[in-house]
Design a protein around this ligand. Structure first.
Ligand code: ADE
Length: 226
């Protein structure tokens, strides 16, 4: 999969994409992430990318022209399955959306800044708007990294244990059960006996019950979803 990201602050995304699972995905050639500095398409001597909003009001708006030129250039090189705009008023990112996007070939992500991007880009270029939650961040860069991580870890071969993403919280509308590692007894706090029993059927049953209990306690709404 290839993901192109357009931003006025690409540096903000470099580090998270160079570590851990994202690093592994990129090194294995399973995921290619390319950052594009919108400033390169800025207008005039100062490479302007934003301007005051029509109608007045505080805050700058990202201009249509640099964004359109950048997207046009990228679209000449490959067809995109989705042109995604990260915005707090978009569709909420949840596991099913990450699952769906992980099956795509090429994604283009636009990061807004300031008051957002000119509405005409949303109308004429963007095919999907994504929010990472009901709070406002200062730009779309961190949300874009969240989206890339959520997608990248689902690509076959990225996680060490291929099956482990299947048991994440939210796949099956269940939160994940508790997990333990050595030592068996830490300050008198013991690992549940069943996990040491070697009886895999019982262990599976216990994990399922714990997952259901945790979901009922913390996110009862999930159990009612399809
Ligand atoms: N940009 C600013 N806040 C955001 C959010 N919550 N989700 C996606 N993009 C954003």
């Amino acid at each position: 999969m290839r993901i192109d990201i357009v931003s006025v602050l690409p540096e903000l995304m470099e580090s998270p994409l160079q570590h851990s699972i994202m690093k592994r995905a990129r090194e294995k050639g399973l995921l290619e992430v390319c950052l594009h500095d919108l400033r390169a398409y800025g207008l005039g001597k100062h490479r302007q990318v934003d301007d005051y909003q029509y109608g007045g009001g505080a805050g700058m708006v990202m201009m249509a022209e640099p964004l359109a030129s950048c997207i046009d250039d990228l679209q000449k090189q490959r067809p995109y399955d989705e042109v995604i705009y990260m915005t707090p008023d978009g569709q909420r990112l949840e596991q099913p959306l990450a699952n769906r996007l992980s099956l795509k070939e090429n994604l283009l992500i636009l990061c807004g800044h300031y008051k957002g991007i000119d509405e005409r880009i949303r109308q004429h270029y963007v095919t999907l708007e994504v929010s990472i939650g009901d709070f406002v961040l200062s730009g779309g860069e961190l949300p874009a990294v969240v989206l890339v991580d959520a997608i990248g870890r689902l690509l076959p071969g990225v996680l060490n244990d291929e099956t482990s993403a299947l048991f994440d919280s939210f796949q099956d509308n269940l939160l994940a059960p508790p997990v333990y590692t050595r030592p068996e007894d830490f300050r008198g706090w013991k690992v549940p006996e069943v996990l040491l029993s070697g009886n895999f059927k019982k262990i599976e049953q216990w994990r399922y019950e714990q997952a259901v209990r945790r979901t009922k306690e913390r996110r009862p709404g999930l159990l009612e979803e399809e």
